[in-house]
Design a protein. Structure first.
Length: 130
Protein backbone atom coordinates (compact mmCIF):
# COMPACT_ATOMS: atom_id res chain seq x y z
CA UNK A 1 0.00 0.00 0.00
CA UNK A 2 1.16 3.49 -0.84
CA UNK A 3 2.22 5.42 2.26
CA UNK A 4 -0.36 8.01 3.24
CA UNK A 5 0.40 11.57 4.25
CA UNK A 6 -0.05 12.27 7.95
CA UNK A 7 -3.32 14.10 7.24
CA UNK A 8 -4.75 11.28 5.16
CA UNK A 9 -3.70 8.77 7.79
CA UNK A 10 -5.38 10.89 10.49
CA UNK A 11 -8.54 10.95 8.39
CA UNK A 12 -8.45 7.15 8.09
CA UNK A 13 -7.85 6.80 11.83
CA UNK A 14 -10.83 9.01 12.66
CA UNK A 15 -13.03 7.04 10.23
CA UNK A 16 -11.85 3.73 11.72
CA UNK A 17 -12.73 5.06 15.17
CA UNK A 18 -16.30 5.67 14.05
CA UNK A 19 -16.34 9.36 13.20
CA UNK A 20 -18.36 10.33 10.14
CA UNK A 21 -16.68 11.46 6.94
CA UNK A 22 -17.09 15.21 7.40
CA UNK A 23 -15.95 15.30 11.02
CA UNK A 24 -13.00 13.05 10.21
CA UNK A 25 -11.97 15.43 7.45
CA UNK A 26 -12.31 18.46 9.72
CA UNK A 27 -10.06 16.82 12.33
CA UNK A 28 -7.46 15.78 9.78
CA UNK A 29 -7.56 19.08 7.87
CA UNK A 30 -8.31 21.82 10.46
CA UNK A 31 -8.13 24.63 7.90
CA UNK A 32 -11.17 23.11 6.19
CA UNK A 33 -13.28 24.50 9.03
CA UNK A 34 -13.38 27.75 7.05
CA UNK A 35 -14.71 26.17 3.87
CA UNK A 36 -18.31 26.30 2.76
CA UNK A 37 -20.19 23.04 3.18
CA UNK A 38 -20.33 22.22 -0.55
CA UNK A 39 -16.55 22.44 -0.90
CA UNK A 40 -16.12 20.30 2.19
CA UNK A 41 -18.51 17.61 0.92
CA UNK A 42 -16.78 17.45 -2.47
CA UNK A 43 -13.34 17.08 -0.88
CA UNK A 44 -14.60 14.51 1.62
CA UNK A 45 -16.20 12.48 -1.15
CA UNK A 46 -13.03 12.58 -3.25
CA UNK A 47 -10.88 11.45 -0.33
CA UNK A 48 -13.28 8.75 0.83
CA UNK A 49 -13.31 7.16 -2.65
CA UNK A 50 -9.55 6.75 -2.81
CA UNK A 51 -8.64 3.03 -2.65
CA UNK A 52 -5.67 3.62 -0.36
CA UNK A 53 -7.93 5.41 2.13
CA UNK A 54 -10.45 2.57 2.12
CA UNK A 55 -7.63 0.06 2.51
CA UNK A 56 -6.19 1.94 5.50
CA UNK A 57 -9.59 2.24 7.20
CA UNK A 58 -10.11 -1.51 6.76
CA UNK A 59 -6.61 -2.20 8.08
CA UNK A 60 -7.22 -0.04 11.17
CA UNK A 61 -10.61 -1.63 11.90
CA UNK A 62 -9.38 -5.25 11.74
CA UNK A 63 -7.98 -5.47 15.30
CA UNK A 64 -11.10 -3.88 16.75
CA UNK A 65 -13.39 -6.14 14.74
CA UNK A 66 -11.37 -9.17 15.80
CA UNK A 67 -11.59 -8.17 19.46
CA UNK A 68 -15.29 -7.45 19.14
CA UNK A 69 -15.92 -10.80 17.48
CA UNK A 70 -14.11 -12.63 20.30
CA UNK A 71 -16.09 -10.81 22.97
CA UNK A 72 -19.41 -10.33 21.16
CA UNK A 73 -21.41 -12.71 23.37
CA UNK A 74 -20.05 -11.23 26.59
CA UNK A 75 -20.73 -7.70 25.40
CA UNK A 76 -24.30 -8.52 24.37
CA UNK A 77 -25.05 -10.27 27.66
CA UNK A 78 -23.60 -7.38 29.68
CA UNK A 79 -25.59 -4.78 27.74
CA UNK A 80 -28.78 -6.77 28.24
CA UNK A 81 -28.07 -7.10 31.97
CA UNK A 82 -27.43 -3.37 32.27
CA UNK A 83 -30.59 -2.57 30.34
CA UNK A 84 -32.78 -4.89 32.38
CA UNK A 85 -31.34 -4.08 35.81
CA UNK A 86 -31.20 -0.31 35.57
CA UNK A 87 -34.26 1.15 37.28
CA UNK A 88 -33.68 4.50 35.57
CA UNK A 89 -33.96 3.12 32.04
CA UNK A 90 -35.98 5.43 29.80
CA UNK A 91 -37.13 5.20 26.20
CA UNK A 92 -34.05 6.92 24.78
CA UNK A 93 -31.77 4.54 26.69
CA UNK A 94 -33.65 1.52 25.37
CA UNK A 95 -33.54 2.92 21.83
CA UNK A 96 -29.79 3.57 22.05
CA UNK A 97 -29.20 0.13 23.57
CA UNK A 98 -31.27 -1.53 20.85
CA UNK A 99 -29.33 0.25 18.09
CA UNK A 100 -26.01 -0.70 19.64
CA UNK A 101 -27.00 -4.31 20.10
CA UNK A 102 -28.37 -4.55 16.58
CA UNK A 103 -24.94 -3.43 15.34
CA UNK A 104 -23.24 -6.05 17.50
CA UNK A 105 -25.49 -8.91 16.48
CA UNK A 106 -24.72 -10.95 13.39
CA UNK A 107 -26.34 -9.67 10.22
CA UNK A 108 -25.38 -12.49 7.87
CA UNK A 109 -26.21 -16.16 7.91
CA UNK A 110 -24.16 -18.97 6.43
CA UNK A 111 -27.23 -20.60 4.92
CA UNK A 112 -28.76 -18.21 2.42
CA UNK A 113 -32.14 -19.98 2.69
CA UNK A 114 -32.32 -18.94 6.36
CA UNK A 115 -33.23 -15.29 6.05
CA UNK A 116 -34.13 -14.72 9.71
CA UNK A 117 -31.64 -12.50 11.48
CA UNK A 118 -31.93 -12.22 15.25
CA UNK A 119 -32.55 -8.75 16.58
CA UNK A 120 -32.08 -7.42 20.07
CA UNK A 121 -35.73 -8.15 20.81
CA UNK A 122 -35.21 -11.81 19.82
CA UNK A 123 -32.29 -12.12 22.20
CA UNK A 124 -34.19 -10.32 24.95
CA UNK A 125 -37.14 -12.72 24.61
CA UNK A 126 -34.78 -15.70 24.73
CA UNK A 127 -33.11 -14.28 27.81
CA UNK A 128 -36.43 -13.64 29.60
CA UNK A 129 -37.79 -17.07 28.71
CA UNK A 130 -34.46 -18.81 29.18
Amino acid sequence: MKKLSSKRDRYAQERANGLNQSNSYLKAYPTSNNWNSNTLYVRVSELEQRPEIQQRITELRKPLESLLEKNRTKIIQRLIDIGLNDEKVNTSTVTALTKLLDKLLPTKTENKTDLHVKTFEDYLLEWKNG
